[in-house]
Design a protein around this ligand. Structure first.
Ligand SMILES: Nc1nc2c(ncn2[C@@H]2O[C@H](COP(=O)(O)OP(=O)(O)OP(=O)(O)O)[C@@H](O)[C@H]2O)c(=O)[nH]1
Ligand SMILES: [Mg+2]
Length: 240
């Protein structure tokens, strides 16, 4: 009888639905594989790398002391990173990889070279000692020096880096640290980058920016880190 779908029509329809569903799943996987962005998070131990990783992936700020020390690399897998206030800017992320702080800046630089990420985020702790071997500026200097050395030996290799940033994390502690020490830290970080961000710069425009962030639950919420994420998406996202 015409007009009433036969069993065969229904079967064909459901077969078609499952084929088109599988095809779009495969397309999505291929898109992520070929065009998904790789984000690498580096920095000294206890600076806030896991806190950042969790915020990027789940948009959750934890209470202080919630995260545990990262023992081996932490890989989020693929997800869509979008800016909270507007669905119009987003970036398809292939992975966010956090390296454990305890392995040190030389190993982080080696990994940053081997992985060829689209974005490198260096998380530093503004409460760390302002001078000496454990200071954030010394860590950052060592990281970029070694990254620069790697690229010096690989001039013909394509570097897809689109965005690089330094986070001055733990802004809730800035009053304890004081504006003078914070100013000196900023100056030391600028110097460290200025001398060592040439061969490793890839497709980035200008020197890495320094962003103030706060990555634990707090009365002000996530506005500092959201402002940073907006910049990140602007640089690596689809509407570039
Ligand atoms: N006060 C304050 N504490 C923070 C902030 N961000 C992170 N922390 C705390 O700092 C500690 C270390 O944070 P993690 O995110 O685990 O640091 P990490 O860089 O991943 O450390 P490793 O895995 O050891 O390399 C935790 O107790 C966090 O709760 C912040 O903005 N302010
Ligand atoms: Mg960690």
């Amino acid at each position: 009888m015409s007009g009433v779908p036969s069993i065969d029509d229904k079967g064909a329809q459901s077969l078609w639905n499952s084929i088109s569903g599988t095809a779009s799943w495969c397309c999505q996987k291929m898109y992520v594989y070929f065009w998904g962005k790789r984000i690498l998070i580096v920095g000294p131990t206890e600076a806030g790398k896991t806190s950042l990783c969790d915020y990027l992936r789940y948009r959750a700020l934890h209470p202080p002391g919630y995260t545990q020390r990262t023992i081996s690399k932490n890989d989020t897998g693929a997800f869509l990173l979008s800016y909270k206030e507007s669905g119009s800017v987003n970036a398809q992320v292939k992975c966010v990889v956090e390296l454990p702080g305890h392995v040190g800046p030389i190993k982080h630089a080696q990994d940053a070279f081997d992985r060829k990420p689209h974005a490198i985020i260096v998380v530093t702790d503004l409460t760390a000692p302002s001078q000496g071997q454990n200071s954030s500026a010394v860590w950052v200097q060592s990281f970029f020096e070694h990254l620069e050395l790697q690229w010096a030996g690989a001039r013909r290799v394509y570097n897809p880096l689109q965005f690089c940033a330094i986070l001055l994390n733990k802004m809730d502690q800035k009053d304890k640290v004081g504006s003078e020490r914070l100013g000196k830290l900023r100056y030391a970080l600028r110097r460290a980058i200025g001398q060592n961000f040439k061969l490793c710069r890839g497709e980035t425009k200008g020197e890495p920016g320094i962003y103030e962030t706060l990555l634990v639950d707090n009365p002000e919420g996530a506005k500092l880190i959201d402002a940073f994420i907006f910049q990140l998406i602007q640089q690596i996202g689809a509407k570039r």
